[in-house]
Design a protein around this ligand. Structure first.
Ligand SMILES: Nc1ncnc2c1ncn2[C@@H]1O[C@H](COP(=O)(O)OP(=O)(O)OP(=O)(O)O)[C@@H](O)[C@H]1O
Length: 253
C-alpha cells in the first residue's frame, strides 16, 4: 500500500484497477498505468487493445466502471467532466487534424491562446511574456515560423498535425495526449515529428499512441504495450519488442 500511495503522490497520471465495459465487453480490464512528471511515454498495441478508450477515460469522455484515475497527485478525474479536465491541464490531440482551414497559421495559434487555458487572458498580470512572444515560441517549436502568414488550408497533412499540436501547446497543458500523430505523414515529416515531440517533452509530459514502430524508436522513450484492455508489456522498446507475448499479439502479425 505504501508503494501505491507514493506512486499517486509522485506521479502526474495514475491509473489503478481501471475497468470499463461496453455492452458486456471489457474494453479496459483492470488497467494500471503510472506516468511520472516530465515523462514522455509511447503506447502501442493491436487494434482494439483499448488505447483510445484509455485516453477517453483520462479526458473524461468515458467514465470507468471501476478504478482510480488521479491527475497530479490529488485530482480524481472520474469526478470531473471533459471541460474541467481540459482546464486542469490535460490537452488531447485526436488522430485527424482539426485546424481552422480558412485562417492563417498564426491566427490558429492566436485563437488557441485566447482559449480557457491560453495566456492572453493573463496578459495584464504578466507583462514579461506577451501573446506575440508565446505565438513565436509555439511556431518555432512546431516548425511553422516560416509559414505563419499562410492559410492553414495550404499546409501539408504533416504541417496541419504540427499546427494542431501547436494549438494544444498554446493552452500550456501539463500533459499532452497525442493519438497516432504520424499516420499519413511522409517519412521526413515522421522523423521531424519525433524530434518535435522530444523538444516538447522537455517542458511537458506526453503520452503518444502510435503504431509506427520506426517512429516509436525515434521517440526513444519507455513503451507500454496494451492488449485486451490491460498492460501486456512495459519497458524499453528493446524489452517490449522482444517480449514473445508482444510478438505474438502485435508485432508478429
Ligand atoms: N463507445 C464504445 N461502444 C462500444 N464499444 C466500444 C466503444 N469504444 C470502444 N469500444 C470497443 O472497445 C475496444 C477498444 O477500442 P479502442 O478504440 O480503445 O482500441 P485501440 O487500442 O485504440 O484500437 P486502434 O489501434 O484500432 O485505434 C474495441 O473492441 C472497440 O470496438
Amino acid at each position: 500500500m505504501t508503494t501505491v500511495s507514493t506512486d499517486v503522490t509522485n506521479s502526474l497520471l495514475y491509473l489503478d484497477g481501471v475497468s470499463v465495459s461496453f455492452d458486456g465487453f471489457k474494453a479496459i480490464n483492470n488497467l494500471s498505468f503510472v506516468l511520472n512528471h516530465g515523462e514522455m511515454r509511447a503506447i502501442i498495441g493491436p487494434n482494439g487493445a483499448g488505447k483510445t478508450t484509455m485516453m477517453d477515460i483520462v479526458t473524461g469522455k468515458t467514465r470507468p466502471d471501476a478504478g482510480d484515475v488521479i491527475f497530479d497527485g490529488s485530482n480524481d478525474l472520474t469526478k470531473h467532466d471533459e471541460a474541467d479536465i481540459a482546464m486542469m491541464g490535460i490537452g488531447r490531440k485526436f488522430q485527424k487534424p482539426t485546424v481552422f482551414e480558412s485562417h492563417t497559421v498564426e491566427d490558429n495559434i492566436a485563437l488557441a491562446l485566447s482559449g480557457p487555458r491560453g495566456v492572453l487572458p493573463m496578459l495584464f498580470h504578466n507583462s514579461s511574456r506577451t501573446g506575440e512572444g508565446r505565438i513565436r515560441e509555439v511556431l518555432d517549436v512546431t516548425r511553422l515560423a516560416h509559414l505563419r502568414g499562410q492559410m492553414a488550408s495550404s499546409l501539408s497533412h504533416g504541417q496541419k498535425q504540427w499546427l494542431e499540436i501547436g494549438m494544444l501547446l498554446a493552452q500550456n497543458p501539463m500533459l499532452l495526449l497525442v493519438d497516432e500523430p504520424v499516420a499519413g505523414m511522409t517519412d521526413a515529416e515522421t522523423e521531424e515529428t519525433a524530434r518535435l515531440l522530444r523538444d516538447i517533452a522537455e517542458g511537458h509530459s506526453v503520452v503518444v499512441i502510435e503504431h509506427d514502430m520506426g517512429f516509436v524508436r525515434e521517440l526513444d522513450v519507455r513503451v507500454t504495450c496494451l492488449h485486451e484492455g490491460s498492460v501486456l508489456s512495459d519497458g524499453t522498446l528493446e524489452h517490449v519488442s522482444s517480449d514473445p507475448r508482444v510478438v505474438e499479439v502485435y508485432l508478429g502479425r
